[in-house]
Design a protein around this ligand. Structure first.
Ligand code: PLP
Length: 574
């Protein structure tokens, strides 16, 4: 699912197309037949800003990945250099015939001229931008991470000056013109980016989810406070981070120093990697063994669910990191705790590098005595398996057992990771759930849509599909642009649920439709087309929590938020 974030850079795409056309113009002399002056203005001045623009984009996307961790920066730089370097090499090969045709490598051929031609003359003439990017990114990474902004500015100016001295071809005025134009366009591009990125409320949105990142950060800190000292958070970002946007949330958590993630499927893992998420990514679900090469390529960690699967994976001769899953009473994925021999076998495959062992609790959310007993039994079974493995001389590596409720109700447990899902997003699964260690969780997501039409209906008039609602008196209704395809359950209107308009609760009436729903607004004076309607979140003094909405439709918040549709635009607020 694309949660609409590529669109955040929509402005860049448009500039990109314009810049590409300008680059073509540089090489095709389109205005020369009209006048030399027009040709010069287009080709040597306007079109020349295309190149700085492309370089700026490279810098923009690369620099924002840099953080305070030097090793990480270095490894990212290496990755980019390697990627661009590979393209460069490929392009050199591609251009080789052209260069030969133009006389390079043939006239007075010696080894020295061949190397010179390959690295500089013919090749560099056509492909200068590849080494340009590589050198530029190195210089910029250095400036950006080692110097203050002002010092970086002075050094840049100096480099500009040196460039100017070295280039007699450009006149000073001409140079200044291109520079100023580049600058103006880059400012415009930046403005476009800012417009397309979160922050400012969008006046045109139909249905959207505001994602409040400071609350996510707050929840991370709150959870970290109650985790044992040596226990790291493994952020569960499956199902698009419970509807919050998978890679956006993971990248933000990366910045907070979180470097363990869990997803449900290999494709979710691949998406995170493609978007530059760092750290361990554990695929909790089953992956078809034929995709093992992708597991390796994208450096994912696969859950091994039983010995047969382990054997099959191992048969591919591809080395991958894995975690071993033990079923201790959940009755879902994992090798059953009773089969210790089979479990032990899973650690002995040459190509499976076991990095962890885990289990999942099925009633950690309940504080009923019998459920507590069941959970303790699950934990005992897990410990038992671990002991037996150790007796056999097997190292089970990192251990993890708890998810959100496991941490909140069994905080005394000492494991290496805690797999945090729902709590990270500032919710409990059910309204009014009691937990042993309650922490201050702040909801990250709010769900909103707009009034798109207001109308009067007479007493006795049916409203919506199936005439499910009949106006009890002359009333005013608002049609709102969100429906069950966006994740608002169809039966919400049948259980007396409300939404917020102008800080007041308003009943949802009729059945929720696929794309719209209807709200009774009889006793509010003026409601205008375009007004914001809140389904989850706060409006003035009133608040509807995800827990409340989930309770209304007899489900849990996990289901509610993970089913928010693709059409619901996620808007990120720093
Ligand atoms: C989804 C999931 C979690 C996260 O659970 P929360 O209750 O949302 O914290 C942890 N472990 C496994 C195996 C899961 O599937």
């Amino acid at each position: 699912m694309n949660v609409g974030s590529e669109k955040q850079y929509g402005g860049l795409d448009r500039f990109g197309i314009i810049a590409a056309i300008l680059v073509i113009a540089i090489h095709t002399f389109p205005l020369l037949s009209i006048s030399e002056w027009a040709d010069f203005t287009l080709r040597q001045t306007i079109a020349r800003v295309a190149v700085p623009f492309f370089f700026m984009c490279t810098g923009f996307f690369f620099m924002q990945k840099l953080g305070s961790d030097r090793n990480r920066n270095a490894s990212m730089l290496k990755q980019l250099l390697w990627k661009v370097g590979k393209l460069y090499l490929l392009s050199i090969l591609l251009y080789f015939p052209v260069n030969v045709y133009e006389g390079y490598f043939t006239d007075g051929f010696t080894l020295l001229t061949a190397v010179k031609d390959l690295l500089f003359n013919g090749t560099l003439y056509h492909l200068w931008y590849f080494p340009g990017i590589m050198l530029g990114v190195c210089i910029n990474t250095f400036l950006y991470t080692r110097l203050s902004t002002w010092n970086a500015f002075w050094v840049t100016l100096l480099l500009y000056g040196i460039g100017l001295l070295g280039d007699s071809y450009f006149g000073l005025v001409h140079f200044t013109l291109v520079t100023v134009l580049s600058f103006v366009l880059s400012v415009l591009a930046m403005k476009a980016i800012q417009r397309f990125r979160g922050g400012k409320p969008d006046q045109t949105g139909r249905a959207w989810a505001d994602i409040h990142l400071p609350h996510l950060q707050h929840n991370v800190r709150e959870i970290q406070q109650v985790l044992p000292k040596d226990c790291a958070m493994m952020a569960v970002v499956k199902a698009q981070a419970y509807g919050h946007g998978g890679w956006q949330i993971a990248r933000f958590l990366n910045k907070l120093g979180i470097d363990h993630f869990a997803v449900a499927t290999i494709d979710e893992g691949i998406e995170l990697r493609k978007k530059g998420v760092k750290g361990e990514i554990l695929v909790l679900g089953y992956t078809d063994e034929r995709r093992i090469r992708q597991i390796a390529r994208f450096k994912l960690t696969q859950t091994v669910v039983d010995d047969e699967y382990a054997q099959t994976l191992n048969g591919y001769n591809v080395k991958i990191p894995v975690h071993i899953k033990i079923d201790t009473g959940m009755g879902r994925l994992g090798e059953s705790w009773e089969y210790t021999e089979k479990i032990a076998a899973m650690y002995r495959y040459k190509h499976l590098q076991v990095c962890g062992t885990f289990t999942h609790l099925s009633v950690a959310d309940s504080l009923e005595a019998s459920d507590i007993a069941y959970t303790k039994n699950q934990i005992d079974r897990f410990q038992n398996v671990i002991e037996q493995l150790k007796e056999k001389g097997i190292n089970p590596q990192k251990l993890h057992v708890q998810s959100s409720y496991g941490v909140l109700n069994y905080g005394e447990l000492q494991y290496d990771y805690a797999r945090m899902g729902i709590a990270l997003y500032g919710m409990l699964s059910k309204q009014g759930d009691k937990v042993k260690t309650s922490i201050d969780l702040r909801p990250v997501l709010s769900l909103k849509a707009r009034v798109v039409q207001v109308k009067q209906v007479e007493k006795g008039a049916p409203v919506g599909y199936g005439r499910a609602h009949t106006a009890q008196k002359d009333s005013k209704i608002a049609i709102v642009s969100i429906g069950y395809a966006d994740g608002v359950p169809r039966m919400l209107s049948q259980v007396g649920a409300t939404c917020l308009i102008r800080g007041k609760r308003r009943p949802i009436i009729g059945f929720v439709c696929m794309d719209q729903l209807i709200v009774d607004i009889s006793d509010i004076e003026e409601v205008q087309r375009g007004e914001v309607v809140t389904f989850i979140g706060r409006d003035q003094e009133e608040e509807i929590t995800a827990e409340e909405m989930a309770q209304s439709c007899k489900t849990i918040t996990n289901e509610l938020v993970s089913r928010l549709g693709e059409r619901v635009k996620r808007v990120y607020h720093d």
